[in-house]
Structure formats: C-alpha cells, structure tokens
Design a protein around this ligand. Sequence first.
Ligand code: ZN
Ligand code: ZN
Length: 316
Amino acid sequence: MHALWLENRRPSLRTDLPCPEPGPGETLVRVRLAGICATDLEMVKGYYPFTGVMGHEFVGETASPGALPIGTRVVGEINVVCGTCAECLAGRPSHCRHRTVLGISNLSGSFAEYLLLPERNLLPVPDNVPDDMAVFTEPLAAALQIQEQVALHPSDRVLLIGAGRLGQLIAQTLTLTGCDLKVVVRSAAPRQLLADRGIATLRPEEVQENSCDLAVEATGAAAGLALARHAVHPGGTIVLKSTYAGDTTLNLSQLVVNEITVVGSRCGPFAPALRLLASGYIDPRPLITARYDLDAGLEGLHAAAQPGALKVLLTP
Ligand SMILES: [Zn+2]
Ligand SMILES: [Zn+2]
C-alpha cells in the first residue's frame, strides 16, 4: 500500500506498507480523497510526536463486510474511544483517556490507499454530497464545535481572527447563527472568498479595543491571540481553535482583571456537519486550492504550507 509516512518529523512516501486487516468491529475503508489540515503541517513541525501514516481528513468507501454494504461512501470520526473510561462515561468521548486519533495519535491515518476505523465511527455520506464536499466534514465539524461550547445570540458581536482553511469554514458556520460577524483578514484572496458569501471583513489594524463579545482565534499564530485579547471587552470570551507547535505567551493578569473566559475548542460533531453540507448552507469547495496524487503527496504538503494555500487534496 502507498501512504505518506511521518517519522522523526520527516514525511516520506512509502510504497511497502501492508494493507490493514480489520479486527472485530472494524471496517476497512478505501480512501477516495484526503485533505491536508494545519494540524498535519504542525505535526511536521513537531506539535505532537507521531510515527505512522499521516492524515485525518478523508472521504472513502467501505471495503470490508459489515452493517454498511461494501462500497458505501463514508466519512469517519477521527477519535477512536474505549467507551468505558470516566470521560467516555461522562459523555465526553473525544477526551477518552485511552483514545487513539486517526493520523495523529497511535492510529494509522488517511494519507493512504486504505485505513481502518471502528464501524461505529463511520457515517454514510448522502448521495447529494460529492466527494469534494464530504472531504471537509471533519474540519467543518471542528468549526461547529464553537457553537456546541458557546451560546451565540443574534445580538453578539463576534470577531473571527484568521481566514485560512479552518477560518473560512468557521466564518460560514458563524454567519448561520445570525450574529454580527466580522473576520480579520490580511490578504486579498481569502477576503474575496468571504465577500462572495456576504461576510464582513476588516484588516488587523482596523480592530478596535473592546469591540466584540466573542473573539475566535484561528490563525495559529501568537499575534492572533494578542489581537483577540485586544478586541474582546471585559467579561467577554476568547475561543482558541488553533493548535500551536511550542508554547505561546499571554498576559494572564489581563485575563484575570478583565474576567475573560478562554475556551479551548477541538473536534466537533460530524452528523450536523454532513447535514449542513447536504442542505447547501455550507459550500467548502471554493477553498480547494490544489490537488495532488497521493504519490506526489510530499509536493502536496509543501504546497499546503505556502502562504495563501487553503485546502490541498490528495487522491490515492
Ligand atoms: Zn484537521
Ligand atoms: Zn474512554
């Protein structure tokens, strides 16, 4: 099997991997399309030590017998959980103490011809959702996690900092809530994508102090966090959507004095993400900036790391 392999922070193309064999409760999935995410790029920088097949965003089709007929198009929840630990029993399975995570932690990922997931992790893709949309289910679910964690009202002034591959999806979901959304964006291409959907934008230097109730940080850079802190009024909330390789600094006393709530936000719900794609309320396809064959995946990783790159897709 061909796959993109990460070891000692160095990605490489492997052509010698065995096709995985499903164990009890597992389904073999043939990957139809995979997406490169900022997390994959951060892992190459050392955000999380991982050796194995990279990648967690995919749409595929079932390739072993189970409850779903062979050939069913599916997407898959990336956290594989035990179901019996305290976090699982408390209804927080994405924080399972024994979890493995597709292409991120102790589980072979989606930049490959085949992957394995428990059958319960798989969701069939509606017929009217093409692969080019379904491959965005995981990052769209991550965007929706904000609304799972924070109550948003139409009167809320919301500032989204960052209009990259995840920021664009967050902007599309936030605007559905009816809140007063503005997106901080520097370059022309992502600003145009937002303008095409009627979403208001401003430049970093135009952000006023104490001007929003909720700031969402989706740049993955420390400057974005500082801007969020500048923009949110006392008593407001900052949602952090980015993972960073290494540490970042923040004046904690300011958070204490101004009673700012900071919310870390990671994986979100897949079923609503698929529903929004099927309904047409969200269309992520304008975010696709490049496509590569899996065998040219190293070039794909390089392209995804360039400034201005949004979603780069890999086809096995
Ligand atoms: Zn991702
Ligand atoms: Zn568990």
